[in-house]
Write a protein that binds this ligand. Sequence first.
Ligand code: IPM
Ligand code: MG
Length: 366
Amino acid sequence: MPNPSILILPGDGIGPEVMAEVRKVIDWFGANRDVNFDVIEDLVGGISYDTHGTPLTDAAMEQAQKVDAVLLGAVGGPKYDKLDFAMKPERGLLRLRKEMDLFANLRPAQCFDALADFSSLKRDVVAGLDIVIVRELTSGVYFGEPRGIMEEGNERVGINTQRYTESEIDRVARSAFELAMRRNRKLCSMEKSNVMESGVLWREVVTEVAKDYPEVELTHMLADNGAMQLVRKPKQFDVIVTDNLFGDMLSDAAAMLTGSLGMLPSASLGAPMENGRPKALYEPVHGSAPDIAGQGKANPIACILSFAMALRYSFDRGDDALALEGAVEAVLAQGVRTADLLGEEGREPVSTSEMGDAIIAALGTA
Ligand code: IPM
Ligand code: MG
């Protein structure tokens, strides 16, 4: 059996810093477990544009199609705001998602007990929270045609198109039901079927798919109410499935319930490859945070937990994923905090690499 392969794309801003900590974790697994990962590294986003004149080269795209898993740091920064739309750093990420056909984006929002007081919501609303948003990632208004800024009479009009085929809804719904089966068998589907035809079709198809999963309790909610319920009583949910744009917004809201965006990993999964594992890209939910880039202040936990998701979904190493997640929890319980996790507490924050080292140390005893 060849070694499992990983393509690392650190990207922009804090991406390279947090990814350096993931490299340490990968090395720890190489040294302490019966697995050696073949790791290659390439560019994505603004750094790729600076170096090659494109946010993602064809060569990097080709590598991404070949490896068992892609790990991505973050893309974007103010330096690139004025670039042509097609050259923006974000286009590199969107190309990966689209060409790898990563239609199911799993975004867990889990509140670590040690951080429950850090959420902007009351402790009892968020303590113990453990939900997953399954966001459709390759269609909807992000990719629908027609799109563009056109001339109409004597003014311009900006156009994007929300578009979903039945098969696109069907496959992401199935991913969400499968996940619900492995968890608490509760799924809530969110759309705007009161105003959007795509929402009407979404609800119909999800209801149809539910017939194949009779053990899962399916509910439907309008996405605006969903946003409110997420903040009002988030623990009523277990798995949520929704479209690309609603998923983008709802997952940011859900992220804040947990205290810090710096904590949340994600997995973007596609169809199974020859080895039976899905095509996959793992990335933190947070962005490139250009304001703190290069200062050793970033929290590497979201990126490290993204690697834990890779262990679980791409490498069939669920026990190792649990060990890594346990190490993160242990470090937080010890009171180790990067600056984003300190709030009003008068403690000294640790640096990005000190947080990585603490997690490695906790793994050593895991
Ligand atoms: C996300 C981000 C991206 C998105 C951007 C960077 C293109 O906000 O992954 O949530 O809108 O999907
Ligand atoms: Mg987003």
